[in-house]
Design a protein. Sequence first.
Length: 259
Amino acid sequence: MGRQPCCDKVGLKRGPWTIEEDDKLMTFILNNGIQCWRMVARLAGLQRCGKSCRLRWINYLRPDLKRGELSEMEENQIIQLHASLGNRWSKIASHFPGRTDNEIKNHWNTRIKKRLRQLGIDPVTHQPLQGSDQTEDNNTINNVNELQEITITSPRTEILNSTNVAFTKNMSYHFPDQCSTSMFPDIKSPFYTQSYCSPSLSFSVENAKNNNGDPQSTSSQESFVLQQWDGEDDKLDSYFSLDIFNQLDQQLFFPENRL
DNA sequence: AACATTGTCAACCGCCCCCAA
DNA sequence: GTTGGGGGCGGTTGACAATGT
């Protein structure tokens, strides 16, 4: 037996809020504050239960709400936080002033999960998907190579102080001392950014623009740049699977495959 | 143009936790 | 120590919009 509903719902309105209801709730809270949601509902003259009022206020009416799309940076941060916190949406949302847990949860379920799967990453474990697990949303990639791990063992400070870690299209990789940034003389700003996250470390992957702002694609060195964007974890060893990079490659160099 | 499918997101449900009585 | 109410939270639903056939 579950517990009783928070209030007697007989006669109470449900469903989408009207402008008039929003007005009443907003005006009441701005004038009187919030003591008890049930009282808010009653005193504001709303035929709604307290919980419904609370939800409407928190997710829609609060003046400090930040509207609009989540930025790439916010999305990357969500992935990283999810890797350490799991589905604790309110905890995750607390890192984003003006964003609601509901908004972040929705965004995760409708977009980020799919994006991670397409990158071959299990959105639950944040580990590479294994073989047949890599299914439902992964329709952009047909040839998935065998998993092969690349280990970065360079000291953390080298990465932090370096310009970039570069991965060439043929999957060889270089550290900056071995692969100077002159390989990427035309980088102005990210043309396209993808990221993925391991529990210990997160990166974003960008490819380059030329001076005209066009994707750099004429060079035989079709390269992209792997750039560390967050470094709270002092563990540097991180494992990447080649299939992930093959997927990134396809998405980066064949724009029709972009997520 | 009509219908089907897919994506998005506001809103609800039910459970859990906290705290006052 | 127990109980019950309120608020908070995560999971889920369903309406509507957008896109595809």
